[in-house]
Write a protein that binds this ligand. Structure first.
Ligand code: BES
Ligand code: ZN
Length: 645
């Protein structure tokens, strides 16, 4: 597919759009934001995002109404999706994304059957186009069921929960997984309002990323064993942000507009860990403007949740692995909260510009951390981020690799491929570099207005450049900073601002001293924060003798570290040195949670250790794989394989 470049335009009629896009640009900097009836959507000149079959310029979904039954026995969502459409004058059909959906019937608003066709499945992440002939209809109602193995959904058995009594269901939509349970236009450049009615077995509670209209649920007529929950999202959101969880959930208020949902046995620990949440929201608003979503609640998921966190509007989903007992990992909450602006208000128009979501969010996250926990803490976190970035640069093949660009070209690739620390950390470093150049006052004023100007709209790299040129940079500043190089070229420009933590200097000294002497007394461990400990463990030479490893382990209790980041950093080091005493800890850790960030690198490390690691990895994976989410198994399958091999 060929894409073309045309400049960012704020208002753009469809006809004008089609006429205006002549001229090929090999670098694919699509920057169009056409407007249909005042609501902007992203579309290329061909009216489509490369990871969606939708043709929104012909017919676009504006509202999704779900009425679904969560069927735990069959592990399927079954029911209807009613879509409201905005149809172009000559629009004849609507094209939706779908993957594995079983379509039973499609009717118009009056209940009359419509012709539809399920196209060929791509055989990969894209799925298949569901095309419906409209025949004048502006509403379509689809009766369907998700497949039992739908990638967005994970159905947990009671044994996979903390309570052990009830099953659990959660969804993960980003990047293009929601098409496995909702037939809609699954592109982040499209926004839709939505509502839902979900029925679940009595005793379980349903929560969604929306206003919860029936917190306690309602009885369902004629179905004594079930309860119905209703939800409404009246702001237009990108479809990947529709999310659900069902389980034995309890709730505790944290502040005026914030609280936490968790399984009852986890609730107290969660509430203690996240006690600063309201303060974080205040700090975020102080920085970049009002929080626009009403409530901000957290949902602590069972350990199979494949990500650290997911910024589902009004209800961030988080892994229980951040419950460290000392609030030391709450920057993740600051991160997901920041997405309420960068990502959920201003949304990457396509996954090629994922960095617009994540780079801005990492920057904003760090500013929240600075405001709430102080400069030293923020500097340590930023410095760790820099190290993560450099590690990924190396993994991706060095500074000349095209995957080190902020704006990517993901044609023919899984959007997941773009989920590297380049988007996150190089993106944040870019913004710090801009901040450094124009000064914090000007930068903050611009960013606050940027969120306002672009609220509830998709954004592209080209659009950002145009916005910075129009509203931030003066004189030659854009050229001086190398704006285009930063966004479109691989590598790391020379002016990159590396925030260096002073506290880490002492840690680095301890690394040198310990490597030299093997004396644990040179390590100030008890006085260190989690971030200093991470710096220490990650900074040790990858080759360390058994004696030094044993000394570290016994002095600091690393095999039993409750802090997941510390445990992870230690196990990477231990595996690289084939440290036998860490084997039980490795096994326990990998069987205790399914967070991909921890699981994938540990399996990779084991597979790199020949006879010491490979059979061990395969044995653990055989047991662990059925407990992991498809997001995690898709990655680990590549390193370990699915068979006994
Ligand atoms: N939105 C992401 C998670 C995501 C990205 C899911 C792409 C699917 C596709 C979320 O905000 C995130 O970045 N989570 C990080 C934690 C964060 C502190 C860097 C994670 O899960 O590790
Ligand atoms: Zn994020």
């Amino acid at each position: 597919m060929m894409f073309r470049f045309f400049p960012f335009l704020t208002t753009f009629a469809v006809a004008g759009l089609l006429a205006a896009c002549a001229g090929d640009a090999p670098d694919n900097r699509s920057g169009a934001t056409p407007m249909i009836d005042g609501t902007s959507i992203y579309a290329t000149d061909e009216g489509q995002d490369r990871h969606s079959y939708a043709r929104p310029l012909e017919a676009r979904v504006t509202h999704v109404a779900l009425d679904l039954n969560a069927d735990f026995d069959e592990q399927r969502m079954v029911g209807t999706a009613t879509l409201d459409l905005e149809v172009a004058e000559d629009g004849e059909e609507v094209v939706l994304d779908s993957k594995g959906l079983e379509i039973r019937e499609v009717v118009n608003g009056a209940g009359e059957a419509l012709r539809w066709e399920m196209g060929a499945d791509s055989g990969d992440v894209h799925g298949a186009p569901l095309t419906i002939a409209l025949d004048g209809a502006e509403r379509v109602k689809i009766t369907y069921a998700s497949a039992p193995g739908a990638a967005a959904l994970q159905w947990l058995s009671p044994g996979q929960t903390a309570g052990g009594e009830d099953p659990f269901l959660f969804s993960q939509g980003q990047a293009i997984l929601n098409r496995t349970w909702i037939p809609t236009q699954d592109s982040p450049g499209i926004r839709q309002t939505w509502d839902a009615r979900i029925t679940v077995p009595e005793g379980l509670r349903a929560v969604m990323s929306a206003e919860m209209l029936t917190p306690e649920g309602e009885p369902v007529e004629g179905e004594p064993g079930r309860r119905a929950y209703r939800f409404r999202m009246s702001d237009p959101v990108a479809p990947y942000l529709i999310a659900i969880a069902v389980g034995d959930l309890a709730f505790q208020e944290l502040g005026e507009r914030s609280g936490v949902y968790a399984e009852p046995s986890m609730l107290a620990a969660a509430a203690a860990e996240f006690e600063d949440l309201e303060e974080m929201i205040d700090a975020a608003e102080e920085l970049y403007g009002d929080y626009r979503w009403g409530r901000y609640d957290l949902l602590v998921l069972p350990p199979a949740f494949p990500f650290g966190g997911m910024e589902n509007p009004r209800l961030t989903f988080v892994t229980p692995t951040i419950l460290a007992g000392d609030k030391s990992l709450v920057s993740l909450i600051a991160h997901e909260l920041a997405h309420s602006w960068s990502g959920n208000l201003v949304t990457n128009a396509s996954w090629d510009d994922f960095w617009l979501n994540e780079g801005f969010t990492v920057y904003f996250e760090n500013r929240i951390m600075e405001a709430v926990y102080g400069t030293e803490q923020a500097e340590m976190l930023a410095d760790l981020g820099w190290a993560d970035m450099m590690a990924d640069v190396e993994d991706l093949g060095g500074l000349t690799s095209s995957d080190t660009r902020l704006h990517l070209d993901l044609e023919g690739r899984d959007p997941d491929d773009g989920m590297t620390n380049i988007a996150y950390e190089k993106g944040a470093v870019f913004l710090r570099t801009v901040e450094h150049m124009v000064g914090r006052a000007r930068f903050d004023a611009w960013l606050r207005d940027y969120f306002d100007r672009n609220a509830f709209r998709p954004q592209t790299s080209a659009g950002l450049i145009a916005d910075m040129d129009a509203n931030l940079f003066q004189g030659e500043e854009a050229a001086e900073i190398g704006l285009e190089e930063w966004i479109y070229e691989p590598g790391l420009p020379e002016n990159a601002v590396h925030v260096q933590s002073n506290r880490f200097r002492a840690v680095d000294q301890a690394i040198a001293n310990f490597t030299d002497s093997g004396e644990v007394t040179v390590i100030n461990w008890p006085e260190w924060t989690t971030q200093e400990r991470q710096r220490f463990l990650d900074g040790l030479p990858r080759e360390l003798d058994g004696e030094r490893l044993a000394a570290l382990e016994s002095t600091f209790g690393l095999n039993d570290a409750r802090n997941s980041e510390i445990r992870f950093a230690w196990l990477k080091l231990a595996i690289a040195n084939r440290h036998d005493d860490a084997r039980d800890s490795v096994e326990d850790f990998l069987l205790s949670m399914g967070r991909r960030k921890f699981v994938a690198p540990l399996f990779e490390a084991l597979m790199a250790e020949g006879d010491w690691g490979r059979p061990f990895a395969r044995r653990i994976y055989r047991e662990a794989r059925p407990r992991y989410h498809s997001v995690t198994t898709n990655t680990v399958d590549e390193t370990v394989g699915t068979s006994d091999g």
